[in-house]
Design a protein around this ligand. Structure first.
Ligand SMILES: NC(=O)c1ccc[n+]([C@@H]2O[C@H](COP(=O)([O-])OP(=O)(O)OC[C@H]3O[C@@H](n4cnc5c(N)ncnc54)[C@H](O)[C@@H]3O)[C@@H](O)[C@H]2O)c1
Length: 286
């Protein structure tokens, strides 16, 4: 139990569930995820790597899922271990393959004894309109973005229930779970599916104490946007369209993931947290 804070008084006065404990024990400290096991998919690049570093810094044991670029995996593991008080391990798993996902979870549990947080982050896009999309493009995007997220959530929930309940599932979706991006139709459809997955399965899983939340980034400075960011005119136009005037850095999504995975977010489920610098609310001007 951490030392008493002014929150104790507030909780006592409110008389709610927090009455016997500090309202937010360790939730906003470097120990927010101490001792918890966190799996992050697609974790050796971009947003996934930043989530790994943030969770490690918050004290978690982290499991780095990867499929390509093995040369980045060892450094990522070492950086995560250096960042926090927990340990890190890497597992190769294609999220579009349910057997791989089960192996990912089994290896995490074998090493750390339990699973507390599943972060379905792996994602791809092909940037095709409806008329341009071939069956192979559709299958590629859906297999990773939607099927991977769906079964990642299912298998994590099964593990959580086996352990006695509780647990957090975070899905890195996108503002495009709700906001059209003409020219990237299958991607939008896959993220829209993840939006409804979280609303539906989140309700189903609440009885087990499992929370399920989507994180919807706007534009983030990662390899998925490398082409746009490398073109000064396109990058300037993108920055100009964002009320905060810039794209996000990956660690800003990492910080959101730590908050949502922690007890500080104990009443947040079945919904989406948008992290977009205001882009969805910006207007062209009348
Ligand atoms: N960068 C952005 O602007 C942005 C905005 C909104 C949402 N997102 C979402 O954030 C997530 C991460 O994207 P990012 O920007 O870091 O891009 P990224 O390309 O850097 O990372 C994607 C990761 O997914 C992994 N991956 C691909 N196929 C996989 C598979 N079959 N199994 C396991 N892993 C696989 C890749 O190896 C990579 O590590 C994606 O779901 C993406 O849709 C990104």
């Amino acid at each position: 139990m951490s030392e008493a804070t002014s929150h104790d008084t507030q909780a006592d006065t409110a008389g709610g569930a927090g009455a016997e404990q500090p309202l937010l024990p360790d939730a906003f400290t470097a120990k927010a995820l101490a001792g918890r096991t966190v799996i992050v998919t697609g974790a050796n690049s971009g947003i996934g790597a930043a989530i790994v570093d943030a969770c490690a810094a918050a004290g978690a044991n982290v499991v780095i899922d990867w499929v390509t670029h093995p040369e980045t995996v060892d450094p990522a593991t070492r950086i995560a271990e250096a960042a926090g008080s927990g340990s890190a391990m890497a597992v190769q798993a294609d999220v579009g393959n349910v057997a791989d996902l089960q192996n990912l979870i089994d290896q995490a549990v074998a090493r750390f004894g339990r699973l507390d947080v599943m972060i379905n982050n792996a994602g791809v896009e092909t940037r095709h309109s409806l008329l341009e999309t071939e069956e192979k493009d559709f299958d590629f995007v859906m297999n990773i973005n939607l099927k991977g997220t769906f079964f990642g959530a299912k298998l994590a929930a099964q593990q959580f229930i086996k352990q006695g309940g509780g647990g957090v599932i975070l899905n890195v979706s996108s503002v495009h779970e709700d906001w059209p991006m003409p020219g990237n139709t299958a991607y939008c459809v896959s993220k829209g599916g993840a939006r409804m997955l979280t609303r539906t399965a989140g309700v189903e899983l609440a009885q087990h104490g499992i929370r399920m939340v989507n994180i919807a980034p706007g534009a983030v400075n990662t390899p998925i946007n490398a082409q746009t960011m490398a073109d000064p005119e396109k990058a300037a136009a993108l920055n100009h369209s964002i009320p905060l005037g810039r794209v996000a850095e990956p660690d800003e999504i990492g910080a959101t993931a730590v908050f949502l995975a922690s007890d500080a977010a104990s009443y947040i489920t079945c919904t989406t947290v948008v992290v977009d610098g205001g882009i969805m609310m910006s207007a062209a001007g009348l």
